[in-house]
Every structure is written in C-alpha cells, then in structure tokens.
Design a protein around this ligand. Structure first.
Ligand code: FMN
Length: 164
C-alpha cells in the first residue's frame, strides 16, 4: 500500500470479524505508532491493550457513541500523562491516535475514534490515576463485510486559501 492509498483509503470501521489479531501484528502496529511526532518529543502516551472479552464488554458499555467496540477483538485505550506534558497532551494524544489508525490500516485492521466515553468509569476499570487522561478508546479488528464508502469531504476550494 502506498502512502497516498493509505491516507485517502482509510475508513472508520465499526463492525469487526470475530477473528483475533496476533501479537506480532499488534507489536508491529505499536512499533510504527511510537514514531509519531509530539511536542518537545515528550511522547506522553501509553497504550492499554485490552483483549479479555469481559473487560472489552465492560469498556464498550461505557463507550456511549461506540458500543460497537464490543465486537472488536482488541481495544486500545489511549492514555495521556497530564503531568508529563501539561500543555500539549491532548494534541499529542490526538496525533498518535491517527498514527495508530493508519498503522493498523496497513495491516488490514480497522478502527474508529470514539469520542463520547464515560471516561471516569473506564479510568476506574483500568485502575488509572488522577494524572491519566483517556483521550479515546480505539477498537481494533478486521473489518466485517465491505469497507464503507468514503464519507464526503469538503472541496479543496472551500478549504485552501492561497494568499498570493
Ligand atoms: C474527534 C473524533 C471523534 C469521533 N467520535 C466518534 C464517535 O464517537 N463514534 C463514531 O462512530 N465515530 C466517531 N468518529 C469518527 C468520525 O465519524 C469519522 O472519522 C468521520 O465520519 C469520517 O469518516 P472516515 O473516518 O471513515 O473517513 C470520530 C472521529 C474523530 C476524529
């Protein structure tokens, strides 16, 4: 897959095959993900990998706009360290979430960013601390059925302003 195909072809996936992701593949995804840029290269992120079905179900229940996460064989809870990077942690975590999504896609694995989450409850389920910030839960899995058609994008002339 070339970079253009990757960047233009990725889709949010909300339905997953009942098929595990082997650990080698997961490690390759995280190996690519860790090369994401971050403010002053602080890399204030941790990836909590959930593969136990019971815990997947419990977390998925707290994903208000992402209950489909229950179908995925793997959940990655993306956790930022607020103390390590108080100013830019949201930006850094957001960037790394994209890097993870793109890395996964190169292995045929889909995900979807989930925004509305009962974060305090998920924090409790994972035994996280005050300084930990949950940005999102990314369900990972092989897409079930057809890859969704692209959602529309704004036209370039609405977006790009050349000030020549
Ligand atoms: C910050 C953010 C929050 C999102 N929240 C949700 C969500 O809660 N549930 C969901 O199903 N999709 C969510 N999405 C996925 C978007 O709906 C999706 O990226 C968008 O419609 C474009 O589709 P595409 O990713 O297939 O190109 C979110 C995406 C972003 C970047």
């Amino acid at each position: 897959m070339d970079a253009i195909e990757l960047l233009k072809g990725r889709r949010s996936i909300r339905s997953f095959e009942n098929r595990p992701i082997d650990e080698k593949t997961l490690n390759k995804i995280f190996e690519i993900t860790r090369w994401c840029f971050s403010a002053v290269n602080r890399q204030p992120w941790k990836f909590y990998v959930i593969r136990k079905k019971d815990l997947i179900n419990e977390i998925a229940k707290e994903c208000i706009t992402g209950r489909f996460a229950a179908e995925a064989p793997v959940l990655v809870v993306l956790v930022g360290d607020i103390e390590e990077q108080p100013k830019w942690y949201v930006h850094d975590l957001s960037f790394v979430s994209l890097q993870l999504a793109l890395a996964a896609w190169t292995f045929g694995i889909g995900t979807c960013w989930i925004g509305n989450i009962n974060r305090d409850t998920v924090k409790q389920l994972l035994g996280l601390n005050e300084k930990d910030f949950i940005l999102t839960v990314l369900p990972l899995g092989y897409p079930k059925g057809e890859i969704p058609s692209p959602r529309p994008r704004k036209e370039l002339n609405e977006l790009v302003i050349y000030l020549d």
